[in-house]
Design a protein around this ligand. Structure first.
Ligand code: ZN
Ligand code: ZN
Length: 219
């Protein structure tokens, strides 16, 4: 991060039985924050917001899977903030949150529509931070990645993991499409780009390009 880059901080809050990395990200200048992928455990997310002493102004969703969106409607009501994302191709998932939740014993979840769908080339902002939207289908049809060029930082969702890639065996998934998204849109961002992903530890694009078995051809 260079000296002219906007200052941001993040806190990761593992939520749901899938230990999804709900991320509280904020602009240090304005203390304005976004909650990325509130999959559930909303009281735990609210405690993290209070502890950070920030004001949440938005909810961002990387894709429509239950572990990323299960708490979105509840948190939107509690904070009275808009939901932005994912891409409209994941609408079928947001229309069936209750059904998906029932499969995993998650009660109290609701179907919902975001206040804004996101598409390739659009921008979203929180405080003084601006992120570019990359539409990266494959894990789900409507997966998006949030990329901040100044900070060399991305919110990856379940597209690319430390040492792995998103599963593609769920309805709407395609491994070939996922690898194309990573190859065509993620790797060109640059080796120096660090990221937080939906599960497990984060990484950098360079580390994954060099050693991720799904990208080196070993998998
Ligand atoms: Zn997912
Ligand atoms: Zn996930």
């Amino acid at each position: 991060m260079n000296e002219t880059a906007p200052k941001a901080r993040a806190a990761i809050i593992p939520v749901t039985l899938f230990e999804q990395n709900c991320t509280l990200l904020w602009c240090e200048v304005t203390k304005r924050a976004v909650v990325v992928d509130p999959g559930g455990d909303v009281p735990k997310i609210q405690a993290a917001i209070a502890q950070a002493g920030v004001t949440v102004e938005k909810i961002w969703l990387t894709h429509g899977h239950i572990d990323h969106v299960g708490g979105a409607a509840e948190l939107r009501d509690a904070l009275n903030v808009p939901i932005e994302g994912p891409h409209v191709a994941d609408k079928y998932l947001l229309d069936h949150v209750v059904e998906s939740g029932a499969n995993f014993g998650m009660t109290g979840v609701r179907n919902f529509a975001p206040d804004r769908w996101l598409d390739e080339g659009e921008k979203v902002s929180v405080g003084e931070l601006t992120f570019d939207i990359l539409h990266c289908p494959g894990h789900s049809p409507g997966s998006v990645v949030f990329f901040n060029p100044q900070m060399r930082f991305a919110l990856m969702g379940d597209v690319l993991f430390n040492g792995s890639v998103g599963r593609t065996d769920l309805p709407g998934g395609s491994h070939a499409t996922l690898i194309a998204s990573i190859t065509d849109k993620i790797l060109p961002l640059g080796d120096d780009v660090g990221f937080i992903c939906g599960h497990g530890p984060g990484s950098s694009i360079g580390d994954e390009r060099r050693s991720n078995p799904f990208l080196t051809g070993e998998a």
